[in-house]
Design a protein around this ligand. Structure first.
Ligand code: XLS
Ligand code: CA
Ligand code: CA
Length: 448
């Protein structure tokens, strides 16, 4: 991608140029301390490992509003005369931001990119207009689309769900929207297409036919897959698990739930998972847990990088600055062999109290540095002999003899009984948990 920042008719971030790498000693808030795009770690550059993306929704629509009050930030691109003009200006501001920050990818929902019209056809026309402009900006800057998606949760018509709505006419509307969003994603060369089922769930079991809704969901996803493939989409479809919020229960609860659903409906060949940190914690897991479950299933597709607030059970979407989380996430990513066509998308919003224009840059720089540091530490961890050997040694009894026969499914319960009866009481083999946890802390603070 180009190193020259893009500026449209207006410069939206005056006084801020391309963000440089200044290294660990730098005190400059508008410089990277750890993310050095071309630095090679474990055979690939940091840029190739991390594949950072900026999202259009929180970063360019988010003004700091919360359920208790309105926004606290006014952005110039929101002040245009018409919604379409605002969309054009927002897109130019976004590409200026992407290129100054130096990220290779971006992500959007259909109605972050273009305003919803007052009919299906009007919405399609708005989206087509904005897709054409976005295509030009991508060509001018070299920034690429990590994924597109359709917003099936904001409009009141989706209050009872999109693909799982009990009213067929709403399901049809959701289909129209996903069709147009897939067209847009293909036109922009998107690597992935995301389904986050914000309202695909229920508020009350008494009025919900959960079996029918889940069947409708699978049918809808199958039709979306078939349409996408028919228009030449060669990328990965992604499901983004989340257990709740806004619904009481969301069907895509967590990585293991979605894995079972995809396999049950024969969708695992086309679909993978987009794991969001804050969604994993909402489901009672850690970020690393859901990444690991997705990776174990061969379904780790992409990451929404953010964090929750450990003191509340809410999707706060804060910028990811927790080093333990970043290290643990990157250990899973390295062990999984990388993110493939996925990336690390900052689905994160500035705090309501962060009101300076530069805060948008500072927040993303911090997230990028956290994952760059996480990558460096994770590389030290996964290449450390003590870490590498620990798990191998724990399971060594399955590598040969009766253990290996058990793994092959060749020993029944009666044979297990006879082997146990002939053997003495199993020795206790320490799990060495503290030893490995200490090692990771040691490696967190050793030299790069
Ligand atoms: C909301 C989700 C959403 C998806 C895309 O909680 O994170 O932003 O990533 O629809
Ligand atoms: Ca997300
Ligand atoms: Ca979220």
């Amino acid at each position: 991608m180009t190193q020259t920042p893009f500026t449209g008719d207006t410069e939206y971030f005056p006084g801020i140029g391309a963000i440089p790498y200044e290294g660990p000693g730098s005190d400059n808030p508008l410089a990277f301390k750890a993310y050095d795009a071309d630095r090679v770690v474990a055979g690939k550059t940091m840029a190739e490992h991390l594949r950072f993306a900026v999202c259009l929704w929180h970063t360019f629509h988010g003004t700091g509003n919360d359920p208790f009050g309105p926004g606290t930030r006014e952005y110039a691109w929101n002040a245009a005369a018409t919604p379409l003009d605002a969309a054009r200006q927002r897109l130019d501001a976004a590409f200026e931001f992407f290129t100054k920050l130096g990220v290779p990818f971006w992500c959007f929902h259909d109605f972050d990119l273009a305003p919803e019209g007052d009919s299906v056809a009007a919405s399609e026309a708005n989206l087509a207009t904005m897709v054409e402009l976005a295509g030009e900006r991508q060509t001018e800057t070299g920034v690429e689309l990590l994924w597109g998606t359709a917003n099936l949760f904001t409009h009141p018509r989706y209050m009872n769900g999109g693909a799982t709505n009990p009213d067929f006419s709403v399901v049809a509307r959701a289909g129209a929207q996903v069709k147009a969003a897939l067209d847009a994603t293909v036109a922009l060369g998107g690597r992935n297409y995301v389904f986050w089922g914000g309202r695909e769930g229920y508020a009350c079991l008494f009025n919900t036919d959960t079996k029918r809704e889940l069947d409708h969901f699978a049918t809808f996803l199958t039709q979306a897959r078939d349409y996408g493939r028919s228009i030449g989409f060669e990328g990965t479809f992604l499901i983004e698990p989340k257990p709740m919020e806004p619904m009481h229960h969301q069907y895509d609860f967590d990585a293991q739930t979605v894995t079972g659903f995809l396999r049950h409906h024969g969708l695992a060949g086309d679909f993978k998972l987009n794991i969001e940190a804050n969604h994993a914690t909402l489901s009672g897991h850690t970020f690393a847990h859901d990444l690991r479950m997705a990776a174990d299933a061969g379904l780790l597709g992409s990451i929404d990088a953010n964090r929750g607030n450990p003191q509340n059970g809410w999707d706060t979407d804060q910028f990811p600055t927790d080093m333990n989380d970043a290290v643990q996430a990157m250990i899973v990513v390295l062990e999984a062999g990388g993110l493939g066509a996925g990336g690390l998308n900052f689905d994160a919003k500035l705090r309501r109290e962060s009101t300076d224009l530069e805060d948008l840059f500072i927040a993303h720089i911090g997230g990028m540095d956290a994952f760059a540091r996480g990558l460096l530490v994770a590389d030290r961890v996964v290449s450390h002999p003590r870490y590498r050997n620990l798990r191998a040694e724990r399971y060594a009894s399955f590598d040969s003899g009766d253990g290996a026969a058990f793994e092959r499914g060749e020993l029944g319960l009666a044979q297990l009984r006879d082997l146990a009866a002939a053997a003495s009481e199993p020795a206790r083999i320490s799990g060495k948990q503290e030893r490995v946890e200490n090692l990771i802390n040691d490696l967190m603070f050793s030299e790069d």
